[in-house]
Design a protein around this ligand. Sequence first.
Ligand code: C2E
Ligand code: MG
Ligand code: MG
Length: 708
Amino acid sequence: MSSNLARRRGRSQTSSIIATTVCFLVVALALTGLMAHVVVAMTRSANEIDDARATRAASAAIAALVNRLSATTTDNAVWDDAYKAISSSSAADWAYENWGKTTADYPLYDGAVVIGPDHSSIVSAYAKGKPFQPSAFFGEGFFQQINKAADAGQAPVVNFIRTETGIALIVSQAIQPFTAEGELPKLSVLSLYKDLTPEVLDILSGEHELDGLHLATAPEPGLLNTPITDMQGGVIGHLVWPSKAPGSAVFHQVYPYISAAIIILVMFLGGVLLVGASEARRLRQLAQAAIFEANHDSLSGLLNRQGLLALLEEVQGTDLAQPRLYLVDLDGFKAVNDAWGHAVGDDLIRIVSNALVACHPEVVAAARLGGDEFALVQIGSAAPGEIEATILALFAEPFKIDGRTIEVGASIGAAARDGDLPPLELLRRADMALYRAKENGRGRAIEYDPELDRERQKVAEMEALLKSAISDGAIEAFFQPLVSAATGAVTGLEALARWRTPTGNISPEIFIPLAERCGLIDALGTLMLKTSIEHAKSWPGLALSVNVSPVQLCNPEFAAEVISLLQGLDFDPKRLTLEITEGVLMTNPDQARRSIDHLKQVGIKFALDDFGCGYASIGALRQFGFDRMKIDRSLVSALDQSSNGADVLRATISLATALQIPVTAEGIENAHQAEILREAGCDQLQGYLIGKPMSALDISSKLREHAA
Ligand code: C2E
Ligand code: MG
Ligand code: MG
């Protein structure tokens, strides 16, 4: 997983957890808010409904009081006997007997007053069975009430009135006959009043469910009230009572449950928050671990390629000095793995990693890019070559692992960031330099130079040209004669590849390694084999030698391809010798051996080419079943320069002949060389002295000349 992907995924998971948690909290809070609102609204509206009822009950209570006293007053005032009596001289006595006396303990009224037709003289005035002075007791308002009530047929006048002792309900009506006959004189007025005493209020409260009903001069905070107004509409007091607040009562009953529910909800939400937070933390940690993993190499703990690029990118964004990048490739690491096993190889990687990361104080980061390839990033002012020397010094001493002494070397490619060079380009440049360092013979450091790019470009162009040369058949086979040392007769021909271009010939020493490097050698080898066999078919009786690259021999399909080619061209395998150089025996002995064995089974012979310039022993010669050995040209030309060259040659040749391996000497340029080699035991000679490589046409005419 790339670190960006990991980071993005981690971030999106964390934010989705946060979003889910927040959503959950918001929904839970919204539901809680709604429930709270419902409870409060229900409580409030239950209270309001009951308050409205109580207010109506209070009005009803007053109305009932009024109605009762009004009815009583009418019963007493509109009464034929009363009208007669009050109009007579015994009015005061009659009034006392019928009304004044009853005020002592009559529940319907507390006082009765009869005012004469002049509306000012008091005929009778009794309160609680005793005479009293109405004008003092009620004040001015009393006579206004009398004046209003004085007419016959007039409905009783009802008012609350402030008294000396408090508030009273007073009803006044003219004393009149039940049925009036003719015009009535001015009438006396009967007034009955009832004090609003606590006892009266108690009865009202009992009748109308108004617990706690009482009188007050002003509204009392927190209590319900109904104002009491006098005749002029002035407020003279308030009926006050506490709200029953049934909603609140119910609320108080369920309050413990609501509290418990809220506590549980809060705890639950807290839990959700905690779980959400810890899950987010866990995901963050996972994402961080994934980012670390994506950017680091698990074996060495160093950065990996991706981590290195990210670091270079980061450094690029800062004002730090330009970083330098060093690519370090171990030389001989594969041999360590092969010889000691992968566990030791891994140990070596770890040791080297630790050494590299700490090799110089200006090395700010180290990375492992592949099996045995490392990168160091340096920022600072170290002198040119200082870091390279420090790194190479690490490998000067062998490493010790479990008592083993392990020697590896290192090649270094260095590149400096220049301007705002992208990290990938910096890496490519260092890689280019490293490639050159390895090419130049390992154990060295090369600094990137644009010339390397130009060379690479040239090589790429060459590759393209070679590719089309192979497919166009522009690669030709030349042939160089091989003659018998004894008779001088031509016994065979060696095919040599020739590439002629409009700008001149390109040596096989150049294009063969190029074809090997760029994967064209199989096509080139097949082409050479095919064309040289086609030509050789017109030279019956002569053997044909074709050079084969070690790379071809390592291809598991090589043997089968050669055999089918021979069959297709109907060429006798016994006439064919394949020349190989010894390098392949070292690099991939098993596959080389399989190919050789397979091809030898059909009669193809093998010659070991360029013997004497490498490390192959004569023992290896026999072990791989070579049919012939070709002494390298350098040994032959050495004959002219030093006296002991001949001894070395003689010793080598006699060893081969002792093993019954015939020897060809190549590169013979003069008769002296030919003489020594013939004497030393070479049975076949080759070289400019005998014949240079020639085109098939030239060879044919040369052969015809010989025959003639
Ligand atoms: P080689 O197989 O050892 O071929 C002999 C080389 O020595 C040839 O060089 C030949 O021209 C040269 N030579 C022969 N006699 C003399 C002499 O008297 N004096 C001097 N100075 N040189 C002499 P050439 O043709 O340039 O080939 C070089 C090498 O390229 C060959 O060495 C061979 O290893 C490789 N090569 C050539 N053609 C092919 C091919 O078709 N396939 C493969 N795989 N390799 C080839
Ligand atoms: Mg050869
Ligand atoms: Mg050779």
